[in-house]
Design a binder for this molecule. Structure first.
Ligand SMILES: Cc1ncc(C[n+]2csc(CCOP(=O)(O)OP(=O)(O)O)c2C)c(N)n1
Ligand SMILES: CC(=O)[C@@H](O)[C@H](O)COP(=O)(O)O
Ligand SMILES: [Mg+2]
Length: 635
C-alpha cells in the first residue's frame, strides 16, 4: 500500500502532535496541505485561507492545550486544520455535507471548539468575554483569538480592541495577515498593516529588542522594564504598529507565519507576558497549492474542482442571480450617473466586480463593515445619490439598526440588494438568509420585493433605482430561474400577479423563486384534479391586499410558500391581514420552522422541512383527499 500521508496518518489529536520531533513538522505541514487540497477538491469548501494557516495551527496546538486553553477562530472558515488535528480527520470527507461536520467551529462538535463563528470580526469580543470569565473564576488558562486582516476591518473588532486594551487582561490576539480579504483587502487599516510589513528597518531593530527581552533566560524585571522602554523609544521612532500599543496591547511582530519553530517560540513567550498582546503573523493565502497562491480570491471558497486545473467539476452554464443583479446595475448606472454601488467586502459574491471595473469612482468596497455600509449609503442618499448596497441576507443582520435609524426613518432612497436570501446550503446555520422578511417587514417606509426569476430581478432593480424611498429586493443564492411560458407583467408598486389559473380549490401564494416550485405543484395538483391558482406576491411590502382578499374569497384553502422563517414571515402577515379584514380563512404556511437550519445541500434541506415540490404537493393533496376520493367514486 502506498502511504499517501507520511506523518498525518499517525496524527489524530493534539497529543499525537506533541509526540513528533520538530523536524517532522515540515513533513506534516506538507501532508496537511495535500490532504486539504485532496479533500476540499471533492467536497468543496474554504481552501485558500486554510492552506495559509497550517504552520500557525500546528504551533498553536504545540504550545496550547485546547481542552483547557481557548482558541477562537474569527469567521471560522480557516479552522479546517484545527479540525483535522482535533479528532475530526476521519470525518473530514463529510465537511459541510448534510449531517457531516460543519465548515465552521462548533461547540457541539468538539470540546476543542470554544466559540461558534461564521460572521466576521467577533473573535476578540468573544475572547475578552472568555478571559473576563476566567479571571472572575480565578482560572488560569490562555485565551487566544485569531483574526484575519480582513476581519480586522469590521467595527466589532475595533470595539473589542478598545475594550480589551484597557482591560489589561491576559489575552493573545493573533493577527493573521495574508494581505487579503476574500478579494483584495481595503481601507486605511490595510494600508497601515502594509506599512508595518514593509518597514524592514523597524522589523530588524525591533526584532533585536524583542529577542533581548524574551531570550535571556534569567532576565530581571528591571532589565525587562529598561528594555521595554528602549523598545518604546524605537517604537515611536520606527513603528507604525504603535496604534495597537496605544490601544493598550503589546504589539509583537510581524513574524513569519510559515516558520513553525519561530511561531512556537514567540507563542511560548506570549504565554508568559501579562496583559493583552497583539501578535502580527504574516501568512500567504493559498500556500502550497500554486493555483490558490496565484488566485487566492477564486480559491477562497470553492465548489468541487479538478486539482490539476483548478476547474470546477460541474461548471454552471446558467447565470446566477448575483450576476443578473450586477449586470442590471451596470446597465442602470450607464443611464443614471447618480447610481453608486456599495459592498461590504463581497464584490465578487454579490456580482459587483464588473460594476467596479466599469465605474471605479462610483463603486465603494467599505471592508467587512455592514453597519458602516448602510449609514454610508444613507449619507450618499441624503446628498442626492442612489446608493445600491448589495449584501448577503445573513450579513445584513449586522446592520439592522442602521437600516431603521439611518435609512428608513429619514425615508432615504437606498436600494438594498439582498443576495443569498433563503437557504444557502453548505455554509449552514450562520449563513442561511432565513430571517430578512421577518426583520425587515415591520420597518416603516421600507418597500420589499422578491423576484420569481432572473427577468423579474432585472425589472425590480430597474424599478428600485427609480423609486423615491428605501427599497429592498431579496433573492437567493445560485442560478437565476428562467421560467419559460409564464407571463411577465410589468412591475407596479404593491401589485402581485397571477401566474397560473386552474381552479378554485387551492390558492397558492408564492414568494420569490419559490414560484418555480409552486408552478410545478399546481401542475401536479391538476393531475389529481385539484384546481389551483398561483399568485406571485412580488411585493412583500406593500402587499397587494385587494388581490389577495379577492382570491382568498374564491378559494377553499390558502397556502403560502416562502423560504423564510414562518415566524414573522409572509404567511403570518397574510393571516393577520385577513383577520383584520374579517376574512376568516386559515392560511397554511410552508416556510422554515423555528430552528437554526443546519448545513447541507439546499434540496436536502427543503425536503427535510417539507419545502420540496413533492412534499408540498403531497401536503396539499392530503388536504383535498376527500375530494379526490369523491371524484374517484363519481367515475
Ligand atoms: C459580517 C460578515 N461579513 C462578510 C463575511 C464574508 N467573509 C467571510 S471570510 C471574509 C474575508 C475574511 O478575510 P480575513 O479575515 O483576512 O481572512 P482570510 O480569508 O484572508 O484568511 C469575508 C468578507 C462574513 N463572514 N461576515
Ligand atoms: C466564510 C464566508 O462567510 C464566505 O466565504 C461565504 O462562505 C461565502 O459564501 P458564498 O459561497 O455564498 O459566496
Ligand atoms: Mg486575510
Amino acid at each position: 500500500m502506498i502511504r499517501m500521508y507520511k506523518i498525518l496518518e499517525q496524527i489524530n489529536s493534539p497529543e499525537d502532535l506533541k509526540k513528533l520531533k520538530s523536524n517532522e513538522m515540515k513533513i506534516l505541514a506538507e501532508d496537511i496541505r495535500r490532504f486539504l487540497v485532496d479533500s476540499v477538491s471533492k467536497t468543496g469548501g474554504h481552501l485558500a485561507s486554510n492552506l495559509g494557516v497550517v504552520e500557525l495551527t500546528l504551533a498553536l496546538h504545540t504550545v496550547f492545550n485546547t481542552l483547557e486553553d481557548k482558541i477562537i477562530w474569527d469567521v471560522g472558515h480557516q479552522s479546517y486544520v484545527h479540525k483535522i488535528l482535533t479528532d475530526r480527520k476521519s470525518q473530514f470527507h463529510t465537511i459541510r455535507q448534510y449531517k457531516g461536520i460543519s465548515g465552521f467551529p462548533k461547540r457541539y462538535e468538539s470540546p476543542h471548539d470554544h466559540f461558534d463563528t461564521g460572521h466576521s470580526s467577533t473573535s476578540i469580543s468573544a475572547a475578552l468575554g472568555l478571559a473576563s470569565a476566567r479571571d472572575l473564576s480565578k482560572d488560569k488558562y490562555s485565551v487566544v483569538a485569531i483574526i484575519g486582516d480582513g476581519a480586522l476591518t469590521g467595527g466589532m473588532a475595533f470595539e473589542a480592541l478598545n475594550h480589551a486594551g484597557q482591560s489589561k487582561r491576559n489575552l493573545i490576539v493573533i493577527l493573521n495577515d495574508n494581505e487579503m480579504s476574500i478579494s483584495q483587502n481595503v481601507g486605511g487599516l490595510s494600508n497601515y498593516l502594509n506599512k508595518i510589513r514593509t518597514n524592514t528597518v523597524y522589523s530588524k531593530v525591533k526584532g533585536d529588542v524583542e529577542s533581548l527581552i524574551t531570550n535571556i533566560p534569567a532576565i530581571g524585571k528591571t532589565v525587562i522594564r529598561t528594555a521595554g522602554k528602549a523598545k518604546d523609544c524605537i517604537k515611536y521612532l520606527f513603528v507604525p504598529g504603535a496604534l495597537f500599543e496605544e490601544l493598550g496591547f503589546k504589539y509583537i511582530g510581524p513574524i513569519d507565519g510559515h516558520n513553525y519553530s519561530e511561531i512556537c517560540k514567540v507563542l511560548k513567550n506570549c504565554k508568559n507576558i501579562s496583559g493583552p498582546i497583539l501578535l502580527h503573523v504574516m501568512t500567504q493565502k493559498g500556500k502550497g497549492y500554486p493555483l490558490a497562491e496565484k488566485f487566492p480570491d477564486k480559491f477562497h471558497g470553492v465548489n468541487p474542482f479538478k486539482i490539476e486545473t483548478g476547474q470546477p467539476l460541474s461548471a454552471s452554464t446558467s447565470v446566477s442571480y448575483s450576476e443578473v443583479a450586477g449586470n442590471t446595475l451596470v446597465a442602470c448606472a450607464e443611464k443614471d450617473k447618480k447610481i453608486v454601488a456599495i459592498t461590504a467586502a463581497m464584490p465578487a459574491g454579490t456580482g459587483l466586480s464588473n460594476f467596479a471595473k466599469c465605474f471605479p469612482k462610483r463603486f465603494f468596497d467599505v471592508g467587512i463593515a455592514e453597519q458602516h455600509a448602510v449609514t454610508f449609503a444613507a449619507g450618499m442618499a441624503a446628498s442626492g445619490y442612489k446608493p445600491c448596497f448589495a449584501v448577503y441576507s445573513t450579513f445584513l443582520q449586522r446592520a439592522y439598526d442602521q437600516v431603521i435609524h439611518d435609512v428608513c426613518l429619514q425615508n432615504l432612497p437606498v436600494v438594498f440588494l439582498i443576495d443569498r436570501a433563503g437557504l444557502v446550503g453548505n455554509d449552514g446555520e450562520t449563513h442561511h438568509g432565513s430571517f430578512d422578511i421577518s426583520f425587515l417587514s415591520p420597518i416603516p417606509n421600507l418597500t420589499i420585493m422578491a423576484p420569481k426569476n432572473g427577468w423579474e430581478l432585472q425589472k425590480m432593480i430597474e424599478f428600485a433605482v427609480q423609486y423615491h424611498g428605501p427599497i429592498a429586493i431579496r433573492y437567493p443564492r445560485g442560478s437565476a430561474m428562467t421560467m419559460e411560458n409564464v407571463t411577465n407583467n410589468p412591475i407596479a408598486l404593491g401589485k402581485a400577479e397571477i401566474l397560473y389559473e386552474g381552479g378554485k380549490d387551492a390558492l397558492i401564494i408564492a414568494v420569490g423563486h419559490m414560484n418555480t416550485s409552486a408552478l410545478k405543484i399546481c401542475e401536479a395538483l391538476k393531475e389529481k384534479e385539484i384546481g389551483s391558482t398561483l399568485c406571485n406576491l412580488r411585493f412583500i411590502k406593500p402587499m397587494d391586499e385587494a388581490m389577495l382578499i379577492k382570491q382568498a374569497k374564491n378559494h377553499k384553502k390558502i397556502y403560502v410558500i416562502e423560504d423564510n422563517a414562518k415566524i414573522g414571515g409572509v404567511g403570518e402577515q397574510i393571516q393577520a391581514m385577513f383577520n383584520n379584514n374579517k376574512i376568516f380563512k386559515e392560511v397554511y404556511t410552508l416556510g422554515l420552522p423555528d430552528v437554526f437550519v443546519e448545513h447541507g445541500d439546499v434540496s436536502t434541506l427543503y425536503h427535510l422541512y417539507g419545502l420540496s415540490i413533492e412534499e408540498i404537493a403531497k401536503k396539499i393533496s392530503e388536504d383535498f383527499e376527500s375530494k379526490i376520493i369523491k371524484n374517484i367514486r363519481i367515475r
